[in-house]
Design a protein around this ligand. Structure first.
Ligand code: F6R
Length: 239
């Protein structure tokens, strides 16, 4: 694991942004896996600024998002589809047909997960961006007694509901989501994880120094050959 510790989230956004910009400039048809939540927002802001300044184009890029809530309309401001469009896609030249999401409103979620996994298998993911939950989740792979494989429908944990319900002021937060599985995430050629704030310190300790166990899903990243972890001092305090 390559661990990079910075003073603040903006510096992390710039460092990860620069990594992604050079990856896209080296391979304009690259396939990127994206995460939602607070952690990647400074990176997305940095990418938008670089795009505005003519330093990068996303015309050939394909993206796969990690997860999506179930039974929340795509148009809801809290859907991850809306999140990605508001925070990145609407501000750059990515083609809508090249952005991929799990459909959390699919009638048959098993079929939907198979569709998504087949697309990922066909295209591959060159770089997967990740955040981590306070409980060590990656994507929405919650602590469990076994590691997950492909995409699946998950019941969100109380920890995740507590952390994310702050965003739901109008509708109640969904209790289920579709998420990429652990094996799909591990198949990405490179993984970039971002975590900031003291609330993440135990998850970060477990991920880096703990046993490799599905009780802390992020600990599986110890087995990946090309992981970069970007932390602020508060998230790194136990390392
Ligand atoms: C989001 C995702 C989650 C978040 C994690 C951290 O697509 O898959 O694993 O990365 O919950 O969220 P933040 O960054 O809001 O602390």
């Amino acid at each position: 694991m390559n661990i990079h510790i910075f003073d603040n989230a903006e510096q992390i956004g710039a460092a990860v942004g620069e990594m992604l910009i050079s990856a896209v400039n080296n391979d304009p048809d690259i396939s990127l896996g994206f995460a939602t939540g607070a952690s990647p927002v400074p990176t997305y802001k940095y990418l938008i600024k670089a795009y505005d300044e003519g330093k990068v184009s996303f015309k050939g890029v394909t993206t796969f998002n990690l997860d999506e809530y179930c039974n929340l309309p795509k148009s809801d401001k809290n859907s991850y589809y809306s999140f990605m469009h508001d925070n990145l896609f609407d501000h750059i030249d990515i083609k809508e047909e090249n952005v991929n999401f799990l459909n959390g409103n699919a009638e048959d979620t098993e079929d939907e997960c198979k569709r998504y996994d087949a697309l990922i298998a066909e295209k591959g993911i060159d770089i997967q961006l990740l955040g981590v939950g306070r409980n060590g989740h990656i994507g929405f792979n919650e602590p469990s007694d076994k590691f997950t494989k492909g995409s699946f429908r998950v019941k969100l944990s109380e920890s995740t509901i507590n952390a994310n319900s702050i965003y739901f002021d109008e509708n109640p937060m969904p209790r289920y989501a579709l998420t990429m599985g652990t094996v799909s995430i591990m198949k990405s050629k490179q993984i970039i994880m971002i975590a900031t704030g003291e609330a993440k310190k135990d998850a970060i300790y477990g991920m880096v120094h703990g046993d490799i166990t599905p009780v802390c899903p992020a600990s599986v990243l110890q087995l990946h050959p090309n992981v970069h972890i970007f932390l602020d001092k508060d998230a790194a305090v136990r390392l």
